[in-house]
Design a protein around this ligand. Sequence first.
Ligand code: CP
Length: 298
Amino acid sequence: MLRTADLSVEKIHKLLEEATEFSKDKVLKATSEIYVANLFFEDSTRTKTSFDVAERKLGLNVVPFDVSASSVNKGESLYDTVKTLKSIGIDLCVIRHKKEKFYDEFKNIDISIINGGDGTGNHPSQNLLDLMTIQQEFGDFKGLKVGIVGDVKHSRVANSNAEVLRKLGAKVYFSGPEEWFDEGTIINGTYLSIDDLVKEVDVVMLLRIQHERHDNDKKMKFSADKYHRKFGLTKEREKAMKEGAIIMHPAPINRGVEIDADLVECSRSRIFKQMENGVFARMAILKTALEAKGFEFK
Ligand code: CP
């Protein structure tokens, strides 16, 4: 699981089926000892914790790995860290790293890698939990209109969701500060103003502003208040949404910036449902990756 868009439509549906079964309390455990480690070189609450829970639910041995207390701080490279863990007996690593396609350097190491987020590249486990949440609501993706709003250019969630949603037959729309978009950014969708977008789509998917990836780009500077008024999901915009339309956000959320604080837990919001689904989606991903290596679950 490095890029969701590399998976066939059939494989994506199979993963969604597996995740759905786990959500209905299906219990499966590894039939042999399997050792896994979660290496997060960027901060995380949801992805790291839900992989940890998913791994324990599948009966895997989770070996603690704290980047800040590891020999990475003595200059050890990512390659040598992973090669070391393989030598020690780790079978699978979940890795989040700021370097796009960090996984390319592990081609010669016989270890399973799950991408927990690579720079502005991809976030496949987030994609799968987002797809699962949309499928639970609407059943199918064909003809569904999904609007992705905000810092699309720097968001690995937006980039990978747009690609995979289009592949599954959905129509993708984007909105946000126009200066944050370039030709490459909207390759998989259509740009609309936020006021037009909220009236058009079945899913409003909001994004956090990725300040950590903006360097000192002046075009990226907005006060929280101004951003909320011009591009955020305000109460007025929520009222303009279609009947049955839902609100999603990969989180962390900045309440009052990309979304009005009172809308985070409103009846249209599926934000905490996404987090709940994250455990099941990650169980499906772990099982699939490990089965590909010959491990079994019963
Ligand atoms: N959505 C997401 O990736 O959250 P974390 O950064 O907390 O893992």
